[in-house]
Write a protein that binds this ligand. Structure first.
Ligand code: URP
Ligand code: ZN
Ligand code: ZN
Length: 459
């Protein structure tokens, strides 16, 4: 299989070059002017369009038993939605809960993706308890190519770890050179505040945010940073939502703590008024950490532009209207999560680059390259270079549209970003040299995706 992209305006971190790109056997083999291609090559003219490295979503949930139900997507539906939106690789959180065997969980999560995903994928391995077999089980997971862990400081008695377990996980991660991603909210405070609010008769979705205030996230972020500082491990805060938590992470960074920060697209564009909408409309916007007061968005965009927020993911986690209604009598039962895998890149491009908040370089870095570097995928993924996988996004900056559940491919009956403008979308998306998407339609090979094996990189 050969692919030639002519007249490409190639955007990578630190460079913008006009050239042709030739790929053979899944890999980019030549970049240059007026390249020749064999007669059987697929030829794409990218004149007038930008060409980006395939985008990487570093935080998604596809198979997820959670809050008395299951997230709605399968790897078939999620990967097609991802590709249509320009994401060619995602990293799924493998989340066995505290009662599950970690290794069995890992094999089960892998089996859900194998042969099903149309794009490439990897896993972060959640550590939801630390018992006598954990050390050896995690070593097996890392040897299998899953070189990142996940811990939850929230979700007491389900995914959540205590401080002792966090310490043991970080110590092992340091020894193995594995980065540890963390959901940072103080579980005890969340549980206490939930009970207090319910006792006061405050049951609607608008009380979700007050049950997990900014200070609760800032405490979790600060505590995670302190544990990193004392174990010398490398950490990555997932879905950071507010300025207070950002300050905790930045204070640690300035002390030399190896801490990286992800935020997710809902926190840049949606605020807590969405979750304050009456009834199920509010429930559709319940996630954790919660949507925050609007002023936080300025802080997040500024930190993203500076690069102190490293990456933008989605925390893609779709629950439909019926599932959200599990929480109709109490906000603590609303399944937490919102879809985003299909819209992240277009929303970031439109509301970041087009609105002047982000330059193109940082956009590519935050949506692709930085995740590839942090999670051991670079330079195979996250750039356009000879030797890299031919994951390419030919991007049409003249496209105009709106986000809508009516046209989405994610398996859900609503879209949290409904009605938002899009000024640009992928015109062609390739995975290892094969065209998978053209102009909003999946035209490729289902099940083409492969699990990406990664080496530890954070010793
Ligand atoms: O609300 C969220 N974020 N749901 C998914 C689970 C998690 O915390 O990442
Ligand atoms: Zn989380
Ligand atoms: Zn998540």
């Amino acid at each position: 299989m050969a692919l030639l992209i002519r007249n490409a305006d190639i955007v990578t971190v630190g460079a913008r070059v006009r050239a042709d790109i030739f790929a053979e056997n899944e890999t980019i083999t030549r970049i240059g002017d007026n390249l020749e291609a064999p007669a059987n090559a697929e030829i794409i003219d990218a004149a007038g369009k930008l060409v980006f490295p395939g985008f990487i979503d570093p935080h998604v949930h596809i198979y997820l038993p959670f809050m008395a139900t299951f997230a709605k997507d399968t790897h078939e539906t999620a990967s097609i939605a991802a590709l249509i939106g320009g994401t060619t690789t995602y990293i799924e959180m493998c989340c066995p809960n505290r009662n599950d065997d970690a290794l069995e969980g890992y094999q089960f999560w892998k089996s859900k993706a194998e042969g099903k995903s149309a794009c490439d994928y990897a896993f972060h391995m959640s550590v939801t308890k630390f018992v006598k077999e954990t050390d050896s089980q995690l070593r097996q997971v890392v040897a299998d190519g899953t070189a990142s862990f996940k811990i939850f400081l929230a979700y007491k008695n389900f995914f959540g770890v205590d401080d002792g377990e966090m310490y043991q996980t970080l110590e092992l991660a340091k020894r193995l050179g594995v980065i540890v991603t963390a959901h940072c909210e103080n579980a005890e405070l969340v549980a206490r505040l939930q009970q207090k609010l319910l006792a006061e008769g405050k049951t609607g979705p608008e009380w979700h945010e007050p049950s997990r205030p900014e200070s609760v996230e800032a405490e979790g972020t600060g505590r995670f940073a302190t544990f990193l500082e004392n174990t010398a491990a490398t950490g990555y805060v997932v879905h950071l939502s507010c300025e207070k938590a950002l300050q905790a992470a930045l204070a640690a960074k300035s002390r030399g703590v190896k801490i990286h920060v992800e935020s997710v697209i809902p926190h840049f564009l949606l605020d807590k008024s969405y979750a304050e909408r009456p009834g199920v409309e509010g429930m559709k916007h319940v996630m954790s950490p919660p949507l925050r007061a609007k002023h936080n968005q300025t802080a997040l965009w500024n930190a993203l532009a500076l690069g102190t927020i490293d990456t933008v993911g989605t925390d893609h986690c779709p629950f439909d209207t019926e599932q959200k209604l599990l929480g109709k009598d109490s906000f603590v039962n609303i399944p937490n999560g919102i879809p985003g895998i299909e819209d992240r890149v277009n929303l970031m491009y439109t509301h970041g680059v087009k609105r002047g908040r982000l330059d193109l370089d940082r956009f590519v870095d935050a949506a692709s390259t930085r995740a590839a570097k942090l999670f051991g995928l670079f330079p195979r993924k996250g750039t356009i270079a000879v030797g890299s996988d031919a994951d390419l996004v030919v991007y049409d900056t003249n496209y105009r549209g709106v986000v809508s559940a009516k046209s989405q491919h994610v398996n859900n009956d609503y879209n949290g970003f409904e009605g938002m403008e899009i000024e640009g979308r992928p015109s062609v998306v390739t995975v290892r040299g094969k065209v998978q998407v053209r102009d909003g339609k999946f035209i490729g090979e289902r099940g083409r995706g492969r699990m990406l094996k990664r080496e530890p990189a954070h010793f």
